[in-house]
Design a protein around this ligand. Structure first.
Ligand code: C5P
Length: 234
């Protein structure tokens, strides 16, 4: 089985990202480049990581008019990332445009299309925050509604919290890939994550991939921490 651990390279510089990636690479399946690192280091950091043979998850959570998102997805596909994120709340036309753009651009390049992952409701949003937006105020119901809409628009994967896994596995096609942050091993503090599961429990609940940040990146020995998580999944 492929290694499902994606390490979140949540650091402010290319040098720190490359150093961290090098130390944990033997024990993980991919690296996540998010807004902090991408805005600081640009597409070059993605090229550097890809040059080592590593898979890259570009987590920029696109949300814009369909044409703009499609073009951003085409650029990400040309950068040769293996996964990227968009906001489901951009609507089904936007999601469909993103997925089609990934497929068409990859075909032109003769490579597999990157996995376009939908983000449903940010885990920082609660009932009161949804109420402020004026729509559905039940977080679980809104997650379910957006997940169904993502599947209908042709997305092949979603980002979700560990506690949403059982519900999403029940309502989504089995081939849908679910990528889950909020992973904690128990060896560290929960930090600002409120809803967490262990790596084994998240996989058992139906996660396809685990996004792990601080349990690896803030550990005294990141390589050892990554190796221990990988071992716990074998
Ligand atoms: O350090 P930690 O393991 O909490 O890092 C989790 C990573 O996953 C971070 O990059 C964070 O931005 C991301 N993430 C999250 N919760 C979400 C979506 C993304 O923690 N709902």
């Amino acid at each position: 089985m492929r290694n499902p651990i994606i390490v979140a390279l949540d650091v402010p510089s290319a040098a720190q990202a490359v150093e961290l990636a090098r130390s944990v690479a033997p024990h993980v399946g991919a690296f996540k480049v998010g807004k902090e690192l991408f805005v600081a280091a640009g597409p070059e950091i993605v090229r550097q990581l890809r040059a080592t043979g590593a898979s890259v998850f570009l987590d920029l959570k696109f949300h814009d008019i369909p044409n703009t998102v499609a073009k951003a997805v085409a650029s990400a596909t040309r950068l040769d990332v293996q996964m990227l994120t968009i906001h489901c709340s951009g609507g089904s036309e936007m999601m469909r445009a993103a997925e089609q753009s990934a497929q068409i651009t990859a075909k032109e390049l003769g490579r597999p299309a990157p996995l376009v992952l939908g983000v449903t409701v940010l885990t920082s949003m609660d009932h009161a925050a949804l109420a402020e937006l004026g729509g559905e105020t039940d977080v679980a119901k809104q997650v379910e509604r957006l997940a169904r809409s993502a599947a209908g628009a042709g997305l092949r994967g979603l980002v979700c919290s560990p506690l949403e896994l059982p519900m999403l596995r029940k309502i989504l096609p089995a081939e849908m890939q679910l990528v889950t942050p909020g992973i904690r091993t128990g060896a560290e503090k929960a930090d600002d994550q409120k809803r967490t599961l262990s790596p084994q429990d998240a996989i058992a609940a139906g996660a396809s991939w685990l996004v792990v940040g601080r349990p690896i990146t803030a550990a005294p020995d990141p390589a050892k921490a990554a190796e221990a998580i990988a071992a716990s999944l074998r």
